[in-house]
Design a protein around this ligand. Structure first.
Ligand SMILES: [Zn+2]
Length: 637
């Protein structure tokens, strides 16, 4: 059953199994204000104001209640919102109706549409999309389609563009507990452009290249936000024309192919498990739930005993003919037991214990027999123990029974979250179709032919051309030019390379490497601002310190130890050597080493160079020292 991984890195042939991945990119825009209010876009460290709200599922105009909404509501959570008037207002707290949309945001989406050959609509109508997890204070997200169609060129082929939408971002999650969640409103209402692409087939790496290319096209507009968390990718993954699983929130581009591989493997595993269910002749999965708290009071499994001692209950879901199926792993780490444990965790419990791992979890054979007799089940049944607070256990047992009833059909339609390890974990059932309805507080916005023409006359230079330009104009290698563009600092580079005496390659490598290096050291990305990068390069250009010290100077500023490069340099003891000072230092070193110079002549150079650099550590450029030293040696001969 274990196929060898093919070229795609999947344990099955993705083309044969029709692996399909649709990509949706959400990119924050760098507009002056939020989408529906005049608040600036800024992260607030202080959030002095707060209020609590519990959201209820609203009936949509269709008269149906969205199943995903009911599901979230069942979790019975209370939401706490924290905010600061510097970054949020009464629109964000949902106490004032939204203002007309930011034309700057709509215009950015229109530019993106032109870049992707998409047709803009004549009128932008905002709709309400039901969001009941509490991440939007109003209970819905406002979203408006700006353009349809188009194509994104990738590797000599192209991927169709379905829609380009402008929408408001949700609140930032501060804390996620079982019964309460905390959100910050600074991100609430920040404009996003959402681009939904047609699916890509078969190759997980191609999906990643598509995302990379789309990200570059977006950045070419010069109007999108930069930095971590400003771009989020959602993936719609399916196999064999089966149910589509939505994987939300891949934050790093280089995780996309890994996430696709994991999710493809998981789905194939569920298909194999379904085949095994069919092979066993189980036409309909039968589940029974009963309370086994009394029977397990003195259980030999510590985790079960502790749950009951703390006042919790333990219930048992018994599944006819499922012995061996819960722990069955068609691929490493892919099993039904794990799926059930994820459902429990998402709903506030620690996990589940199932009968295929009873021994490992400390449930004895006697306890197993007792549980089966209580459930009226034979030894062929699979058992799942769920423990914790009564309400949560009841809810989770229902969800687990529901999940097992559809196990014979393979992959259920779910919304999952991408993890930082490149896997996916269960979030909730997929929302139904009744989740959109018209937003009556916002008037429609007309897109005039004149507006379109004005934008068309000023389209951004395509990213490929800009990258080629960096190579030809500034003699950067193709690789360095692309890295510069991908760093998001190319605008800063164009500004600085034109007015500084520094080599463009020095400017480019600093702008590419310094932020990455500091970020890896754990320095907060938000403190590595364009202003700080620019100030360090300007100071370096005027010889305040050597280029070897530039990262140290930036670090000192990003840590908040110094406000300016001058201050940082003096804190680091890097006050640059003046020309006179350097000359004196060099002469001193040469005269102290007179015998060596006499003996070795020119070959003494490297020793002397080393000594001067040691004394001038980080305060002067090596090239300058070398020039000065050669001059001193020539004079001395
Ligand atoms: Zn606001």
């Amino acid at each position: 059953m274990e196929g060898k991984p093919g070229r795609s890195g999947l344990p099955f042939d993705p083309a044969e199994e029709q692996l399909r991945v649709g990509l949706e990119i959400h990119q924050q825009l760098a507009t002056r204000t939020k989408l529906f209010c005049p608040c600036p876009i800024a992260k607030s460290d202080e959030l002095p104001l707060s209020f609590e709200r519990r959201l209820r599922p609203t009936q949509s105009e269709m008269g149906q209640i969205d199943p995903a909404a009911v599901f979230e509501f069942n979790k019975g959570r209370v939401n706490l919102y924290r905010w600061n008037p510097e970054s949020a207002c009464l629109v964000d707290t949902d106490e004032e109706p939204p203002h007309p949309p930011s034309t700057e945001a709509i215009e950015t989406a229109m530019i993106v549409a032109e870049v992707l050959g998409s047709s803009t609509v004549d009128e932008v109508h905002f709709m309400r999309k039901l969001v009941i997890d509490g991440s939007n204070t109003s209970g819905f997200q406002r979203t408006g389609i700006v353009a349809l169609g188009g194509a994104l060129p990738v590797d000599g082929t192209s991927v169709g563009v379905l829609t380009i939408t402008v929408e408001e971002d949700s609140s930032r999650v501060l804390k996620e507990g079982a019964q309460a969640r905390e959100y910050a409103l600074d991100r609430m209402g920040v404009p996003l452009v959402e681009i939904a692409l047609d699916h890509v087939e078969g190759d997980p790496d191609l999906v990643e290249r598509v995302a990379l290319s789309l990200g570059r096209s977006l950045r070419s507009t010069g109007r999108v936000a930069r930095g971590q968390g400003t771009i989020r990718q959602d993936l719609n993954v399916s196999l064999l024309g089966g149910k589509v699983v939505e994987v939300k929130g891949v934050q790093k581009l280089n995780l996309i192919s890994k996430v696709v591989r994991y999710e493809g493997t998981r789905q194939m595993g569920l298909v194999r498990i379904a085949a095994e269910i069919e092979r066993r002749g189980i036409a309909e999965v039968e589940c029974r739930v009963n309370d086994v708290t009394e029977a397990l009071k003195a259980s030999s499994a510590p985790v079960v005993r502790r749950t009951i001692q703390k006042g919790g209950v333990v219930w048992c879901v018994s599944v006819t003919d499922f012995a061996g199926l819960l722990g069955f792993e068609p691929f490493p780490g892919i099993r039904l037991g794990k799926e059930l444990a994820e459902i429990a965790r998402t709903n506030g419990l620690g996990g589940v214990i199932h009968s295929d791992e009873f021994a490992k979890q400390g449930i004895t054979g006697d306890e197993d027999v007792a549980l089966r007799s209580l459930a009226g089940s034979d030894s062929e049944a699979g058992l799942v123990l769920v423990g914790g607070a009564r309400d949560a256990v009841e809810n989770v047992c229902d969800l687990i029974a529901e999940r097992l009833r559809v196990a014979g059909a393979g992959v259920p339609a779910e919304t999952r979250a991408a993890t930082e390890e490149g896997e996916t974990r269960y979030l909730r059932p997929r929302p139904g179709a009744a989740r959109m309805y018209p937003e009556t507080d916002i008037p429609q916005l007309e897109v005039t032919e004149e507006w379109r023409a004005r934008l068309r006359a000023n389209l951004p230079v395509p990213w490929e051309e800009r990258v080629a330009g960096y190579s030809s104009r500034y003699s950067l290698s193709g690789e360095a030019a692309l890295q510069l563009f991908d760093s998001g600092n190319s605008g800063l580079f164009e500004d600085l390379a034109g007015r500084l005496k520094l080599e463009p390659s020095v400017v480019a490598s600093f702008l590419v490497e310094a932020p990455v290096r500091l970020s890896r050291e754990g320095v907060d990305d938000e403190n590595i601002t364009p202003e700080a990068l620019s100030a360090v390069l300007v100071a370096l250009d005027s010889g305040k310190f050597a280029k070897e010290a530039a990262v140290d100077v930036l670090r000192t500023m990003a840590n908040g130890t110094a406000r300016t490069p001058d201050e940082a340099a003096s804190k680091l003891g890097l006050t640059g050597l003046g020309d006179e000072e350097l000359r004196a230092l060099v002469r001193d070193v040469v005269s102290r080493n007179r015998p060596l110079v006499k003996e070795k002549g020119d070959r003494a150079f490297s020793v002397l160079m080393g000594e001067v650099m040691k004394l001038a550590r980080g305060r002067v450029d090596g090239q300058k020292v070398s020039m000065e030293l050669r001059r001193a040696l020539e004079e001395g001969q």
